[in-house]
Design a protein around this ligand. Structure first.
Ligand code: C5P
Length: 212
């Protein structure tokens, strides 16, 4: 079974995807880490983030195992990721790896922005996870404080809105629900309630019900 979980920054899609993968015993790929890896390496080596040829080369040679994942989690790297993710050569370089992951025997869970539309359009279940920008910013704000990198709430919400806009309005693989994706709004749900709702969505076809 292939499950895709797409949605904007801090919607809860990563946590949900991880929990779904554990529940069904499937491998999980956080596709955002690939773009974060490219953004991070571009920043580290001092290349301009709009240097398309260099970014594509970095993407072709990307080896995530060589990067300490802690370096990839910051908002600064998220912002860089969203810039390099709009470069067609970067997306092309990362496509096969993601498709191969999705098509492995037994299936997989992938989360990102285009996993249901571009990477695995034939996925068995597609979730599109959303939440209001205010709630997403609040979650992110708490997460950053816990990681001892406190940032003002107004800076967090402004970053989230900027990233939403860039990810939704780019011409290649924009953030949008696949036509057959099920929307899951987690604005008023905690993680356990969101997980129960996600399981219902996955199980609905098996139980002969239409998806909520
Ligand atoms: O999900 P995460 O916040 O880690 O993603 C970082 C950035 O990577 C996103 O803002 C988006 O621009 C890009 N991305 C993408 N396609 C994906 C996953 C992430 O363009 N499938």
């Amino acid at each position: 079974m292939i499950i895709t979980v797409d949605g904007p920054a801090a919607s809860g899609k990563g946590t949900l995807a991880k929990k779904l993968a554990a529940h069904y015993g499937l491998p999980h790929l956080d596709t955002g880490l690939l773009y974060r890896g490219v953004g991070y390496l571009m920043m580290q080596s001092g290349h301009a983030l709009d240097d398309a040829a260099m970014a594509a080369r970095v993407a072709q040679e990307l080896d995530l195992f060589k990067i300490d994942q802690e370096h990839l989690r910051s908002d600064e790297v998220g912002e860089a990721a969203s810039k390099v993710a709009a470069i067609p050569g970067v997306r092309a370089a990362l496509l096969k790896l993601q498709q191969d992951f999705a098509r492995q025997p037994g299936g997989a869970v992938l989360d990102g922005r285009d996993t249901g539309t571009v990477i695995a359009p034939d996925a068995d279940v597609k979730l599109f996870v959303t939440a209001s920008p205010e709630v997403r910013a609040k979650r992110r704000h708490i997460e950053l404080a816990a990681r001892r990198t406190p940032v003002e709430y107004c800076a967090v919400i402004s970053d989230i809105k900027k990233r939403d806009e860039r990810d939704s309005e780019r011409s290649i693989a924009p953030l949008k629900p696949a036509p057959d994706a099920v929307l899951l709004d987690t604005t008023d749900l905690d993680i356990e309630a969101a997980f129960r709702a996600a399981i219902e969505i996955v199980e609905a076809p098996r139980a002969g019900r239409t998806r909520p």
